[in-house]
Design a protein around this ligand. Sequence first.
Ligand SMILES: [Zn+2]
Ligand SMILES: [Zn+2]
Length: 345
Amino acid sequence: MKAATFQGVGEVKVIDVPKPSIKNPDEALLKVTLGAICGSDLHAYHGRIPMSVGELLGHEFVGVVEEVGSAVRRFKPGDRVVVSFYTSCGHCALCRKGWFNECVNMATFGFGAVLGDLGGGQAEYVVVPLADSSMEHIPGGMSDEQAIFVGDILSTGFFAAERAEIKPGDVVAVIGAGPVGLMATMCAQLFGPSRVLVVDMVDSRLETAQELGGIPINASQMHPVESIARLSGGLGADSSIEAVGAAASVDTAIQCVRGGGTISMVGVPSEFTGDFPYYYMWEKSLTFRSGRCNVQKYMRPLLDLIAAGRLKPDAIISHRMKLDQAEEAYRMFDAREATKIVLTP
Ligand SMILES: [Zn+2]
Ligand SMILES: [Zn+2]
């Protein structure tokens, strides 16, 4: 089968690799019908997540079940499914507390041996372990493009918005209008804010944010913290959502909220450690939340919200390309020439 593979820092190639097959009874084999390139794929692309040459990429995908192991109960061949970007077991102590994102048996697709040695979704086929607790059925009538982001960026945007503790009438600041920031902008509206202010430096992304109900702030033209203060009666935002992971954007997310506010960080950190303003956090009584999205908790309700027409995540797709064009697609996404690219095998 064809698959997008890591070939070194900044190098992706689509090559022929062996078709994967089911080895354990809890697994499902999917024929991938659509994959996407995610911002966190760039951590592999730039070598921040160490991968070996030839390892498969991609963790955002939908497909049709081709075969299931003997222990799989919820799915059968022919079912259309969306898959979480990581697997969770559903039965460990943390899954049973609802923290699927902290499952002790977790593994992540598309990042090679270092994150659990699963296959990748930018491929023609992929095996999903722990299938019963890692996949959801796509409702009839819903397209692949509508469903695909439920497995990663839409769930992450919702997780970010929910943990920002947005109350009706609040001012929310979203730092970063990449795909996750745009999903957070969309999901924040579900909680009734008066304004969602969106900070970025790329005009095309800010335009999309505006179409999704956000108020754009171009950080290359105005100071984001001052602009957010001005647009919130001088106080600062009630809460902020950090959707980049860079130290500077985390800092903006902290500085732009009012006393007693909440910061919800979902950007994958670019650094392992750094300065943290402990005294400032204490002085302003701020709440700081962060983490990898609890995808499995949100897949079903988000699919229901899409089916009801209340969320339109496919609105952010800027480029539709073939899996064969993955090399060029990665270059474009890395250069911010594309907001969101989907790949058809
Ligand atoms: Zn991702
Ligand atoms: Zn678990």
